[in-house]
Design a protein around this ligand. Structure first.
Ligand code: G6P
Length: 611
């Protein structure tokens, strides 16, 4: 949520910052801005996407070798030029960018206002900035000390980066709860919310931890804690290819990421599915196998699409491992005094590994003695760091705001974890274990087949692109797929969509059905198939516009609709991984047909680091 970039060194800062902001736009894009220091401290801010800022600044002389930039997802104050970051302190000495939320900003603001401070924006950021400025003015101290004093009184989450007119070669940065990476170049440093703005300049990076403060010049990086003790930076080698964060010939990142799925799923299975030995190799699971096998309960905590992956996992784990599973929205779990016992295992599912609600929820469960197992995509992310163990999904960077390849990789990892526990626990017969392994092994090829010809899905999408509402229905393993299909469509096309268990639709949503309502059934062959076909009949009788994802060769519902999307046959437990692919494509094509920015849908952000 919000992307930050900063540079200090010997190059022109503005082009580096601008390019970085474009890479981080997935984190928020309602306004953006830069501050450049070259004798004068100049701020440029614009409502809208980074391209607006770029054209606003086109042709201007923007010389400076130190600067900060920000792309915003509004929390305090509407998206506008005035609320865009960076902000300038009342004294005019400091400029600051911020990612996160200052929870006690109202009290700080009241105090500052009573002492004559006037605020130009509605943001919590400007309050924190003036609080720092005020400390600086009233105490004879350095900016670094003022920041330290201020942060000790601040409640909330933040990454901040400050530019100081009186120290024109130095950036000050600090973090608690939101991510910050520093790239180390030759007499230059790059700061960003993730490594994507940095990778083309250097592969040497330092991930800043909570409660750390960095003092950064072109040729120097000093890291301290809030107690003013110097910390030795842990320099890591970046493992990220530039190609992974570029569109590579596709019109959108979302389409590229949908098409990457045969490879990402293969990468996720690689080295784990040992077909020759009939084993699943997952070090994180193995390490805690006793606790996992004998868990009283598995509680899955996640948000958004990751929560849907958790729901599929609930069905799979209960079926294969016979362990009770509960799936919780992190935002609900964290505030309701949840009952967590020592024998409970928490699965935290998160693509970004930074989602604030998930992070806090698992911290709470950890305090109560549960084992925390992360299913995560971003190596070294905040959730990875506080988990006891885990398994990475290896889907690579996901830039499209609506999650696609991360979701299928989550399903693959969760299925492997369940299979591994079931094998150890002997809760399923060996033949079923081998059969499911073989089916998993077929998934990359089967996804490839779905993606080899998307023309039918495209045609169906165009037919229904003008709909104002959509219903997605499924049962069993396909119920969470229906939820995910509805979420994807909402996110990308702004069409109101609901996902429901197919039978449950009789208890309400059926009232919505008329000859204008598209109703998509995820109706592949499984234990519920006949019942799902009956549900389709019920919709057909009310003239709903049926669309169905069906198993290849199944002609049971041909009489009900011609809008059929066949997918390769597989075990019902593996089917969600295949069945969601047409739903991703359907949303994508409808979003494009409606002329929308599918990679950056309005109001959304990819990494939700505020609660
Ligand atoms: C945001 C994103 C979703 C994502 C959710 C959870 O809402 O737009 O795509 O599913 O956050 O994010 P996480 O990184 O924890 O999986």
């Amino acid at each position: 949520m919000c992307g930050i970039v900063a540079y200090v060194g010997h190059q022109e800062a503005y082009p580096i910052i601008l390019k970085g902001l474009k890479r981080l736009e997935y984190r928020g894009y309602d306004s953006s801005g830069v501050a450049l220091l070259d004798g004068d401290l100049n701020l440029y801010k614009k409502q809208g996407k980074v391209a607006e800022l770029e054209s606003f600044l086109d042709g201007q002389s923007l010389k400076a070798s130190i600067g900060i930039g920000h792309t915003r997802w509004a929390t305090h104050g509407e998206p506008s030029d005035r609320n865009a970051h960076p902000h300038l302190s009342a004294s005019g000495r400091l400029a600051m960018i911020h990612n996160g939320i200052i929870e006690n900003y109202a009290a700080l603001k009241k105090d500052l206002s009573s002492r004559g401070y006037v605020f130009k924006s509605d943001t919590d950021t400007e309050v924190l900035l003036n609080f720092i400025d005020d400390i600086l003015i009233n105490n004879d101290c350095s900016l670094e000390e003022a920041v330290r004093i201020a942060l000790k009184r601040v409640v909330g989450a933040y990454v901040i980066v400050l530019l100081d007119k009186e120290n024109p070669d130095t950036l000050i940065a600090a973090r608690k709860g939101s991510p910050l990476v520093i790239g180390i170049g030759e007499n230059e440093h790059f700061l960003a919310s993730d490594a994507s703005p940095i990778v083309e300049y250097t592969r040497q990076v330092v991930y800043i931890n909570d409660y750390e403060l960095a003092i950064i010049k072109g040729d120097e990086l000093i890291l301290k804690n809030l107690g003013n003790e110097v910390i030795t930076p842990f320099v890591q080698q970046l493992d990220l290819e530039l190609a992974a964060i570029e569109k590579g010939g596709y019109d959108h990142f979302m389409l590229k990421e949908i098409h990457e799925q045969p490879q990402t799923i293969f990468d996720c299975l690689r080295g784990r599915l040992d077909m020759a030995k009939g084993e699943i190799v997952m070090a994180g699971v193995q390490q805690h196998i006793d606790q996992l096998m004998h868990a009283n309960r598995i509680i899955i905590i996640a948000c958004g699409t990751s929560w849907h992956a958790g729901l599929v996992a609930e069905y799979i784990i209960e079926e294969l491992c016979r362990i009770p599973v509960e799936v919780e929205y992190a935002s609900e779990f964290r505030y309701r005094n949840p009952i967590v016992n020592k024998g409970d295992v928490i699965f935290a599912i998160s693509q970004s590994g930074e989602t604030a609600d998930t992070l806090v929820a698992i911290e709470k469960a950890k305090e109560q003695g549960a084992l925390i197992f992360g299913v995560l995509n971003v190596v070294g992310s905040s959730i990875a760091r506080i988990s006891h163990a885990g398994a990475y999904t290896h889907a690579g960077p996901e830039i499209g705001v609506a999650s696609t390849k991360a979701f299928t990789a989550q399903l693959v990892v969760l299925t492997m974890i369940a299979l591994k526990i079931a094998k150890e626990k002997k809760s399923i017969p060996q033949e079923r274990f081998i059969h499911l392994m073989a089916e998993l092994n077929e998934v990359p090829g089967n996804v490839e087949r779905i993606l080899s010809d998307t023309s039918k899905i495209h045609k169906i999408a165009l037919k229904h692109a003008a709909a104002s509402s959509f219903l997605f229905l499924g049962r069993g393993y396909n119920f969470p797929v229906a939820l995910e299909g509805a979420l994807k469509l909402k996110e990308i096309s702004y069409i109101h969509a609901e996902g429901y268990p197919a039978a449950e639709m009789k208890h309400g949503p059926i009232a919505l059905v008329d000859d204008l309502l598209p109703v998509l059934f995820v109706a592949t062959k499984d234990a519920y198939h006949e019942k799902v076909v009956s549900n389709m009949q019920e919709i057909n009788a009310r003239k709903g516009r049926l669309i169905a994802v069906v198993t290849e060769g199944d002609n049971t519902v041909e009489a009900l609709t011609t809008d059929l999307i066949p997918v390769p046959e597989t075990d019902e437990l593996i089917a969600p991984i295949l069945n969601v692919i047409p739903l991703q494509l359907l949303s994508y094509y409808i979003g494009v047909a409606r002329g929308l920015d599918v990679d950056r849908p309005r109001n959304l952000a990819k990494s939700v680091t505020v609660e």
